[in-house]
Design a protein around this ligand. Structure first.
Ligand SMILES: [Zn+2]
Length: 204
């Protein structure tokens, strides 16, 4: 394994840990796909989690502007999926603090716990396991900025853009692997349905 794992190494690790699976899946939004990807399945093994988060932190260190602000940097995750990444990066970078937001219900807005507050002018790096639609990261960005925080970049293990993925330009985006998503909008347009491949429901 390289100090910063290569795309191939990351994909192999995701497959080996069951985080990346081939098959025929239906997502709650109705999309069909030949792939299932849940990075937390890889993050349950501490050594693998460490390899990924340390690798990602090395990409950040290479940016001299971000390197200079590490002692005062907050690493903030938009939910629990990003937590192992956030803690791993905070340890590797020796950053100032880690915190996260949550939703009470799936349709509730994101919020911080009581007394977990953004200080005006605070430098914030947003971290998550994956950037797909960008919905959570986008809401997190608005929440941090509404409290006076200053975003300095985003870091994710996997970047899986779709035509609808939110753009965070001009913020720098760091990722270890960029993976294509193969989605069919519904059963009627799905090649796997046409071939009668057994369908599995993906929860999230
Ligand atoms: Zn299908």
């Amino acid at each position: 394994m390289h100090l910063v794992p290569t795309q191939e190494e990351v994909v192999a690790l995701l497959r080996q840990t069951g985080a990346l699976r081939d098959g025929h899946f239906e997502y709650p939004n109705g999309l069909h796909s030949n792939e299932y990807l849940q990075v937390p399945l890889a993050m349950r093994y501490y050594q693998h989690a460490r390899v990924l988060s340390v690798g990602l932190s090395r990409l950040l260190r290479a940016n001299s502007e971000i390197r200079a602000m590490i002692p005062e940097l907050s690493i903030v995750a938009p939910g629990t999926g990003g937590l192992p990444v956030a803690y791993g990066m905070c340890e590797a970078l020796r950053a100032h603090q880690v915190y996260w937001a949550e939703r009470e219900r799936d349709d509730s807005p994101m919020r911080f716990r009581q007394y977990m507050e953004v200080t005006p002018g605070e430098k914030v790096l947003l971290v998550d396991d994956i950037l797909r639609s960008g919905r959570n990261l986008c809401e997190m960005k608005s929440l941090v900025e509404s409290r006076g925080g200053i975003l300095v970049g985003l870091a994710v293990i996997v970047y899986q853009p779709t035509p609808r993925t939110v753009s965070f330009d001009p913020l720098p985006l760091y990722y270890l692997a960029k993976m294509d998503a193969h989605y069919y909008t519904d059963a009627a347009s799905c090649d796997l349905c046409a071939k009668k491949v057994p369908l599995e429901k993906a929860w999230i």
